[in-house]
Design a protein around this ligand. Sequence first.
Ligand SMILES: [Zn+2]
Length: 187
Amino acid sequence: MRLPKLSRVLATLAATALTALGVVAVDTAPASAAVRNVCYNTSQAGPFASYANQAASIWNARTNNINMAQCGSNLMIYYTYGGGSYAQRTSLGNGRVVIDYNQAQQYSPLRIMTHEIGHILGLPDNYNGNCAILMSGGSAGTSCTNPYPSSTEAARVDSLFGFAARSATTPQIFTDSWPAATAGALR
Ligand SMILES: [Zn+2]
């Protein structure tokens, strides 16, 4: 058939011309279009404000789809004395983190901070005792100071903040189980 052939030739010519002009078909949105700000507020974070900033830098460096910045109060950072550190996620990227000052004397405050923010970013606990896993939290013991999410954990956050799954995370309170300083329950 001549017409289909001619069509193919024309299409090829057109594609060649577009390529020559530097016009390239793009079938996905620019990566930046998926980046979502997670605005945190350290006005109530007291001595942990600097840890929140460090944790934000870590999460920004390890993920592609979020940008943590002091641009609002989507995520409030608080601290308290006793009772345990915890995160209260109201929706993905929103909520509050409370750091227990007493726990932070025994466990790495930066690891606690990045862990609790991890909950706000959609991650559950994974108390497997592995220090390489951020969400293993206090199960990795007081000697574990690793504040970095594993590549798997970071990829999970990126996935949750992708367009398709953005609203899939349900509200949840994580009453955390970083062992209390006096528990003596470390194994
Ligand atoms: Zn936790």
